[in-house]
Ligand binder design. Sequence first.
Ligand SMILES: NC(=O)c1ccc[n+]([C@@H]2O[C@H](COP(=O)([O-])OP(=O)(O)OC[C@H]3O[C@@H](n4cnc5c(N)ncnc54)[C@H](O)[C@@H]3O)[C@@H](O)[C@H]2O)c1
Length: 473
Amino acid sequence: MRNISVIGTGYVGLVTGTCLADMGNTVTCIDIDTAKIAKLQRGELPIYEPGLKELLERNIDAERLLFTTDYPAGLREAEIIFIAVNTPTTADGSADMQYVRAAATSIAAHLDHDAIIVNKSTMPVGSGDLVSDIISANLAYPNVQFAVVANPEFLAQGTAVADFQRPDRVVLGSADRDAASRVAELYLPLRAPIMLTDLYTAEMIKYASNAFLATKISFINEMARVCERLGADIKEVAAGMGYDHRIGKYHLEAGVGFGGSCFGKDVTALAHMASDAGLHPQMLHAVLEINHDQRALIVDKVQTLLGDLRGTTLGVLGLAFKPNTDDMRDAPAIDIIHALVAQGAQVQAYDPVARETGRAAIGDAGVSYCADAYAAATDADAVIIVTHWNEFKALSPAKLRAVMRRPVIVDGRNIYQPAAMAKAGFIYHGIGRGTPATDAANAATPARPVMQTRMARRPSVYAQPPRTLPKTR
Ligand SMILES: NC(=O)c1ccc[n+]([C@@H]2O[C@H](COP(=O)([O-])OP(=O)(O)OC[C@H]3O[C@@H](n4cnc5c(N)ncnc54)[C@H](O)[C@@H]3O)[C@@H](O)[C@H]2O)c1
């Protein structure tokens, strides 16, 4: 069992530290956020992540998991030091490395014994060298020997603990094979494939993986638009594609697009890296553009159904960027709600766990935050599904319809069956599920002039008249 330090107690650092402690290691987590560390020392979670609280309490009680803001105390006796700080996007699209630089500088200032530094944060290709250079240049104890290993993390929020404990693979990149092998030993109990590569390749595997997953989402969203125009159902199309093992069924869900702190940030940073290297990463740009437009598409759908949104009340179900998290970073709900409010709607929002983080990200102007889904739907002219929380799938259509002013649902996650919703008396629009039945909606509600969605960069594909299909012979 090893003595380990983890720097940064966010979604990745806290899950990494807690799970490594649960595997029997002694782990000290260091963060510069004093409020967060105080909470963790009391055994309280600063984030929502299923299964993490039990693990946290168990390992704090076993005295294998400690939290501190004090670098010297946190690094004492650490054989392996993980850097898991945030690497957000800068204005030019590159990864912001200021937190990594600061962490590396702090390690150098306090490391008084040999250790392996593991880059767990997602960092641009070449960052292993950068961290190595920073530590070498700032070592307070010049005789200290260290090696840097890139160990990108692939966990997903909402399933982070399970993903860490049962990874599809562990990637370790280093110029120092011995150091990489010693880090590999930590992961042996997980019985996952372990890949040893050079530094740059490990760093690139992370970016290429996220870019591919984001591409699948934008691809299926583009197919959804085609389906909508041609009268096909994207859910069936995706299911039919997903049976093909070369394609796979995951990340083929059409909807409001991806959000969160990783896909957008990492695709942007990868595009930036490629451009810097003299390339023209056109597919990466398309992935981002399609994703951006998906948010405007939802607002266009609401406008097409209701007309002028001034004076309307809209129920928004789901704020977090995905279910089972309270994380609002780049959540589609932020852009969608701001656009609806800008068009004059009053929004009644509900999320099972992201109520406070949602309010902090979206604000109170034109938005009220409700205690449950039915409250959000009460007197609403339309309900918009933004996050596919399981509890929304279990709502009673009859009860929903009874509380709403007009029976209109825009399902940004395709969680309901169109036929069932039509039977329940709703005017229902999903994403890419055949030609929308706007006639019924317009009959129910005389449309007022539609204003252009402010965040739309291009004319809405949705607002154009459906194409007439050529007759098949
Ligand atoms: N969130 C995910 O799902 C996910 C998945 C895989 C990889 N990643 C990558 O992991 C990294 C961390 O992501 P996250 O979501 O956990 O970030 P986060 O913002 O939730 O947490 C980062 C933590 O680092 C702390 N920190 C910043 N500078 C510090 C310093 N100098 N010393 C000590 N602590 C410091 C912050 O206070 C914060 O608590 C990022 O590079 C991200 O791209 C994230």
